[in-house]
Design a protein around this ligand. Structure first.
Ligand code: ADP
Length: 356
């Protein structure tokens, strides 16, 4: 059993305090991205890491090499995304709070019929914030975060993928509460076909076995979060395990405005509110990552306009980013999601989405 210690009593109107030490939080081992929300965690990294290593070394049948690989490449220390970093997606945030965060913070309230889901699927077009949401969930629920893409399981860990899956679930269980995030989950959980490789069949079987194992003890607090851009490829067995299936759509107008404002914050720019309104309209159909690419390209506009003089223009003489720079960028940065694929997502959402 895990102690709730610092976790309980923290919750205030569903908004847990932001950066608190998490029970299973590991620091060190993996590079912390610059500007991460950390700081407070800088205190005792080595002892936490040592503690984790001791816990893991107690696990029987786990190859030390695999355990290290998981510690170094799959476990992410102090996931650095909070709800506020994610523009829009109010519906998804609300659903995740209810399904995952509150049960993680107040496990004693969520038992029996209220027992939390063990599997959550985020589906929708690429670049819409699914990975960010998973990170925020782990941060806000003070869980240890494991993140792996299914394609790296089948390519990078080829030959060892089943063992890795087994080790991953065992370690996640040891360091619970944990979130195991599997990106591109469709590539291990596709509909079985006649000519499926033996290896991928075994991997799928192992994954489902482990997934079911996490659900067998109601006190275990290991959540599997899958993300996919191809939900149609999931078979019935996979759908059944991901009890909650949340659609993460393209950003709506207000969200695109929020994204643009966030992206431009701290930059030198001169864009009127009516120009901003136009940009919001012009970017209909752009994903969050398309918006990021667009703003990055627009931000180069002032430098491009310097031409040859770029090399000797003082930084404070560079003009602000303007509407025109975005108009220019819109020519080259096009939306990456086709209208047909959107229709397919919406259809799948109608058939299988949480629709809360
Ligand atoms: P997905 O997992 O859905 O493919 P990600 O979560 O990896 O997408 O998002 C890719 C990038 O796009 C992020 O790093 C961020 O820069 C940007 N982005 C996407 N959606 C959002 C959002 N809702 N709010 C803020 N940034 C976003």
């Amino acid at each position: 059993a895990t102690s709730n210690g610092s976790g309980s009593g923290r919750i205030a109107n569903g908004s847990p305090s932001k950066v608190a030490a998490r029970p299973g939080m590991i620091t060190g081992g993996r590079k912390r991205p610059a500007g991460s929300a950390g700081g407070s965690a800088a205190g005792a990294p080595t002892s936490v890491l040592a503690d984790t290593k001791t816990k893991i070394s107690r696990l029987k049948n786990i190859d030390a090499k695999l355990a290290n690989m998981i510690l170094n490449e799959v476990m992410i220390d102090g996931a650095t995304v909070t709800w506020d970093d994610i523009a829009g997606l109010a519906f998804a945030k609300q659903a995740l709070k209810e399904i995952v965060i509150l049960p993680a913070l107040r496990p004693e309230l969520f038992t029996g019929l209220r027992a939390p889901a063990k599997g959550v699927l985020l589906f929708g077009p690429p670049g819409t914030g699914k990975t960010m949401l998973a990170k925020a969930v782990s941060q806000e629920s003070k869980s240890t975060f494991f993140s792996i893409s299914a394609s790296s399981l089948t390519s990078k860990f080829v030959g060892e993928s089943e063992k890795l899956v087994r080790a991953l679930f065992a370690i996640a269980q040891e360091l619970q509460p944990s979130v195991i995030f599997i990106d591109e989950v469709d590539s291990i959980l596709t509909e079985r076909s006649e000519n499926e490789h033996e290896a991928s069949r075994r991997l799928k079987t192992e994954f489902l076995l482990q997934f079911d194992g996490t659900g067998s003890n109601p006190d275990d607090r290991v959540l599997v979060m899958g993300a996919t851009n191809r939900p149609q490829e999931l078979d019935e067995a996979a759908r059944r395990r991901f009890v909650k299936r949340i659609y993460i759509p393209l950003p709506e107008a207000e969200t695109r405005r929020g994204l643009l404002t966030k992206l431009l914050a701290g930059q030198d720019y001169q864009i009127s509110s009516s120009e901003m309104q136009k940009l919001v309209l012009y970017t209909e159909g752009y994903s969050g990552s398309d918006m990021t690419a667009l703003a990055k390209d627009a931000a180069l506009g002032p430098l491009r306009s310097l031409g040859e003089t770029l090399l000797d223009t003082p930084a404070d003489q560079v003009r602000p980013i303007q509407f025109q720079d975005f108009v220019q960028a819109l020519q080259t940065i096009r939306p990456s999601v086709s209208p047909q694929s959107l229709l397919a997502f919406e259809e799948w959402n109608r058939d299988y989405g949480a629709g809360v």
